[in-house]
Design a protein around this ligand. Structure first.
Ligand code: NAP
Length: 285
């Protein structure tokens, strides 16, 4: 079974569009997401365009602020402070990666926690690990939604997550743990990775290497979630971290690239923006 993140996200975004259409009457306005793009890296431009398109579909107001690569860290932090203070802004997202002269950690920390639609702010991360109310990071949240929609039983299963980044690997592992999976996190120093991945009922791969996971690394019937976004060195086409053609016949459930985790990430960004908006409109939430 191939889980189409494209189809699921289209369904969820349609539901959100219905919800948002009632907001002007209820709250006097729609949610407002501000996306800051520094420089003109083609991948970042494409991600930001995708976010603007999704916002337009859902009915969220989107402002994309483009700044040159030469912007200083202080100028960027000043812009964030200005947006934090702006009552008409519900969500702030700074597209990563940033140029080397700007500290990503400082930028993430500068965004007001209540407007942190990416769920990257240290206070949101801490709340996630302490099981407190928080904004969940979009990619991990999207992965759990896909698993649940596909009817995958998570509780009691052995999950292996390859990758331990703050934005994907670690939070995915935490959300799987919260769903009562038994979770192992693998990384570049893991010895005999294939022996480990063959034990996985649920395998989540977030490395960033084209077709890194081969058929011999996956057990029959495993659920395989491919987070990677790479260019196939042979064809130049978009591909994941998983050798999809070889693994699809073995897996019980698998996500494609493109059209899998990527669209769900943007869908969850829309959901997070609505959640941040509603928390401002209804502080009791
Ligand atoms: P990252 O910060 O570069 O982390 C990569 C992780 O992979 C690290 O933990 C690294 O281990 C591990 N790794 C690298 N080589 C390995 C190996 N040979 N064996 C085992 N583990 C290895 O990347 P990221 O930000 O998590 O992103 C991962 C991928 O997901 C990228 O392709 C990215 O483009 C994609 N992504 C997709 C979405 C989406 O919405 N679809 C969202 C975010 C990211 P160490 O910690 O030991 O270095």
């Amino acid at each position: 079974m191939i889980i189409s993140g494209k189809e699921l996200s289209a369904r969820l975004k349609t539901d959100m569009r219905d919800e948002v259409s009632a907001f002007p009457e209820k709250y006097g306005r729609v949610p407002h997401l501000v996306v800051i793009l520094v420089g003109d890296d083609p991948a970042s431009v494409s991600y930001v365009t995708g976010k603007a398109k999704a916002s337009e579909f859902v009915g969220i107001r989107n402002t994309t602020v483009r700044k040159p690569e030469t912007i200083t860290e202080e100028e960027l932090l000043a812009l964030i402070r200005q947006l934090n203070a702006d009552d008409t802004v519900d969500g702030i997202l700074v597209q990563l990666p940033l140029p080397k002269h700007i500290s990503e950690a400082k930028v993430i920390e500068a965004i007001d926690k209540s407007k942190d639609v990416d769920g990257f702010h240290p206070l949101n991360v801490a709340a996630l690990w302490q099981k407190q109310p928080c904004t969940l990071p979009c990619t991990p949240k999207g992965i759990i939604k896909m698993l649940k929609t596909a009817g995958v039983k998570i509780a009691g299963k052995r999950a292996v997550v390859i990758g331990r980044s703050n934005i994907v690997g670690l939070p995915v592992a935490k959300l799987l743990l919260d769903e009562n999976a038994t979770v192992t996190i693998a990384h570049s120093k893991t010895e005999d990775l294939p022996a480990l991945t063959r034990q996985a009922d649920i395998l989540v791969v977030a490395i960033g290497r084209p077709k890194f996971v081969t058929a011999d690394m996956v057990s029959d019937g495993a659920v395989v979630i491919d987070v990677g976004v790479n260019r196939d060195p042979e064809t130049g086409k978009l591909c994941g971290d998983v050798d999809f053609a070889a693994i699809e016949p073995k897996a019980s459930v698998i996500t494609p690239v493109p059209g899998g985790v990527g669209p769900m990430t943007i869908c969850c960004l829309m959901e997070n923006t609505i959640e941040c908006f509603l928390r401002r409109m209804k502080p009791s939430l």
